[in-house]
Ligand binder design. Structure first.
Ligand code: ZN
Ligand code: ZN
Ligand code: FE
Length: 759
């Protein structure tokens, strides 16, 4: 009989392989194939050594590569055969510190196994609000340091009870080395505080919280990545009260529904939306609202959509349990003071939200990193990412070619930063608007946290061209202190480069870029935003742009779109044709003076501002309470049956909007419905996109068109443009993983900076 030849092999795997049940999986697999050796986590990934016969080792490797645990993501897999060693068995070894970095799993929504246990009477974790396992639970938000071991998380404050300890140590258990594992005996607890009362019994706290919500109260809830403010979503008064207290008059609120059946009651649910809602990342998903939904209209005024999220922690599951007297639909909006960062600590919440919330549902598992809910919008076959945060960050975006150690500081609004090295670009979770000390502080700490977690010391700092962005100032100050090389990247070039890199465009390949945006600092010092660029990663040429118009009052014009409307009329000498528009005589007189004297009246070529101006003139809205409100409501009015369009014409390098304005005034004069006006404006822009691309294709032969910038979150315009361009054979590049808004800028900055260094 032939003796089995024992051989050895050592395997190194990198990617998301920690905190996702990888080692128990390897352990079980090794047992199955009768292999001896060991597995251990390192700061660079997972190392494995196995001995056994060749056939079994090959099968083992194949299984590892092709069927890893559901939440694992393998980036690199290397395998070096060697001589067999004398291992007695297969074991899981202590983690080892090594150089190199290691991606960290994002937070994962409660899994079906844990849901089942949560609802099984007699289970040791029956109704325990922190049940989790290797397949689900907190990760990124509780990690203080790597490697990902319990002592390096905020769970280090809790000592195991004997049951949790034995499950944690048993390789075949679903909780083997699940760092946040806990139970009611040894783990975190919830309690309710509010008014005079404090309820420390967890079950009673949930009951009281539900009573408060069903009676119209506002509840602050500590969740996974921070606090939410919740109220009954059927209760128009409660919603109005929350809006008033939070000083958020109109921006849509997210809605948490107990299960997918409830989602179907209120929304047009399709397969993609269903998969997203029930998947491990659990984002807010935007869907069309059903006409018969009884959800309070105050949730999303002026909108035809709802942003819905399902319970993603056991605490949410318990809070939204179906019962007769409970509303089954909660507003779930971020727990913060308007414009400030999401609140994550108990004391901070009680202090900051005491005038808003009637009670606080708290717990004592600390949140290391605050992380907002992600927001996705599936339309047709594409998926628009509006906010990439919890569940997605900090999973790196894989780049085509390796990058030197770069920190890209991002933009100002909807800020994210991006820390990159090699082929990994860690696009950060959502930081928010860097307009105040608090957000700026959170931003700086988050950057240092990423640098420590991923062991990257940036040698290059990329930033926006805008001299006054706090992100720009941060990069400049750091470079001054630490000596990194600084690279400034133009805003719209960064937008487009991000889109190109997500679509794996080759280095040196030029594309046509339609950067339709709010505003970004141009190379001439004016505010750009309606830009057609011929771009590679390294450079760009500004081939067309919207004919500039004044923004009387600068930021004030953004808040009051009627100012922009009047400025357009003034610029086009069409004031006399517009007597029937919204503007009253006093407003006109003041503004005309400002326009003529040009005091605080910057020029812009912004598409977002053009939208504002046209929307105001069409009578949609004169003042806004959140970014883009006028444009969003203008979009909602579009009558899809209307085919006509307002003319935008090309003259040299300018896109003239004056003919479109003239057509709008004509329609207004004859009492054309606003829905028709809205349609003709959108159709006109889609036609313009096509005209520009055809003109450029003639000149350059290029047929690849990238769409980036905040305006492309307008799905009506996006779909119309997509249809026009694809009918003419253009190859359209859309963002895949990142938002087209300024949340995608940092990644683009990193890409451009790396390419420019190659010169
Ligand atoms: Zn689980
Ligand atoms: Zn326990
Ligand atoms: Fe932008």
């Amino acid at each position: 009989m032939m003796k089995n030849l024992r051989v050895g092999t050592s395997i190194h795997i990198s990617g998301i392989v920690q905190g996702v049940g990888f080692r128990p999986f390897v352990y079980t697999l090794a047992q199955e194939y009768q292999l001896t050796g060991w597995v251990r986590n390192t700061t660079a990934g997972v190392d494995i050594e196995v001995n056994g016969d060749t056939k079994n080792i090959n099968s083992f490797i194949q299984q590892l590569q092709n069927h890893p645990p559901p939440l694992a993501y393998i980036e690199e897999f290397s395998n070096t055969p060697k001589n067999a060693e004398d291992f007695k068995a297969f074991e899981i070894r202590q983690s080892k510190n090594s150089s190199g970095f290691q991606p960290i799993s994002p937070d994962i929504a409660i899994c079906s196994d844990c849901q089942l246990e949560l609802h099984t009477p007699g289970d040791p974790r029956y109704r325990y609000p922190f049940i989790n396992c290797t397949n689900c639970g907190p990760r990124f938000t509780i990690i203080k340091e790597i490697p990902y071991d319990r002592a390096n998380t905020t769970m280090r404050d809790f000592d195991f009870c004997p049951m949790c300890k034995s499950q944690y140590e048993l390789p075949t258990d679903r909780r083997f080395h699940a760092q946040p594992v806990a139970c009611a005996v040894c783990g975190p607890e919830i309690w309710l505080e509010g008014g005079e009362q404090s309820i420390s019994n967890g079950e009673a706290a949930i009951v009281a919280a539900r009573v408060l919500l069903s009676e119209g109260g506002i509840l602050a809830i500590k969740g996974l990545g921070g606090f939410h403010l919740a109220c009954n979503a059927y209760d128009e008064q409660a919603v109005a009260k929350l809006r008033l207290l939070k000083n958020r008059p109109a921006k849509p609120f997210a809605l948490m529904l107990p299960d997918i059946t409830a989602v179907e009651d209120h929304c047009e649910l399709d397969v993609i939306a269903c998969k997203l809602l029930t998947g491990p990342k659990s984002p807010i998903v935007i869907m069309s609202r059903k006409a018969n939904s009884r959800i309070a209209s105050g949730i999303a005024p002026g909108q035809k959509t709802l942003g819905v999220i399902l319970p993603y922690t056991p605490l949410h599951v318990l809070l939204l349990e179906r019962s007769e007297n409970f509303p089954l639909a909660l507003v779930m909006t971020s727990g913060n003071i308007s414009g400030l960062p999401l609140i994550k600590d108990n004391d901070e919440a009680i202090d900051e939200l005491r005038d808003i919330a009637d009670a606080f549902l708290l717990h004592n598992r600390e949140i290391e990193i605050r992380c907002d809910d992600s927001v996705l919008y599936p339309i047709k076959e594409t998926l628009l990412v509006l906010r990439r945060s919890r569940g997605y960050a900090p999973t790196p975006i894989r780049t085509q070619s390796p990058l030197p150690p770069i920190l890209a500081a991002g933009a100002e609004l909807k800020n994210t930063f991006c820390l990159a090295k090699g082929r990994r670009a860690f696009s950060s979770h959502y930081i928010g608007d860097l307009k105040n000390y608090e957000s700026f502080d959170v931003y700086q700490k988050a950057i240092r946290h990423y640098e420590a977690l991923f062991r990257i010391t940036p040698e290059i700092l990329a930033h926006d061209l805008h001299p006054d962005y706090l992100s720009t100032r941060y990069a400049q100050k750091r470079a001054q202190e630490e000596g990194q090389r600084l690279i400034a990247v133009q805003h719209h070039h960064a937008h487009l480069a991000a889109c190109m890199a997500e679509n794996a465009i080759q280095e040196g390949t030029p594309i046509i870029g339609l950067a339709f945006d709010g505003t970004g600092y141009g190379t001439d010092g004016t505010a750009w935003g309606g830009e057609v660029l011929l771009a590679t990663y390294q450079q760009f040429e500004r081939l067309y742009h919207l004919a500039p118009f004044p923004l009387p009052g600068g930021d004030l014009a953004i808040k009051k779109p009627w100012r922009t409307g009047l400025a357009l009329l003034h610029m086009a000498n069409m004031l006399d044709d517009a007597s029937q528009t919204i503007l009253n005589q006093t407003q006109r007189a003041i503004l005309l003076h400002q326009l003529e004297t040009r005091i605080n009246t910057p020029m812009t070529s912004s598409m977002g501002r053009l939208f504002d101006g046209f929307a105001a003139l069409a009578g949609v809205r004169c003042e806004i309470s959140y970014e883009g409100q006028a444009a969003i409501e203008f979009e909602m009015l579009v009558d899809r049956a209307i085919e006509g369009s307002y003319p935008f014409t090309l003259q040299k390098t300018q896109i003239l909007w004056q003919p479109a304005l003239e057509a709008l005034l004509f329609d207004l004069k004859y009492g054309t419905p606003t829905s028709t006006i809205a349609a003709r404006f959108h159709n006109g822009l889609a036609q313009l996109a096509l005209d520009v691309c055809i003109a450029l294709k003639k000149q350059t032969g290029i047929h690849q068109v990238a769409l980036s910038g905040g305006v492309w979150q307008n799905t009506t315009l996006l779909i119309k443009t997509y249809q026009q361009l694809s009918r003419y054979g253009f190859d359209i590049l859309l963002h895949q993983q990142l938002p087209s808004n300024d949340g995608g800028i940092a990644f683009g900055q990193a890409i451009v900076a790396a390419q420019q260094l190659k010169n």
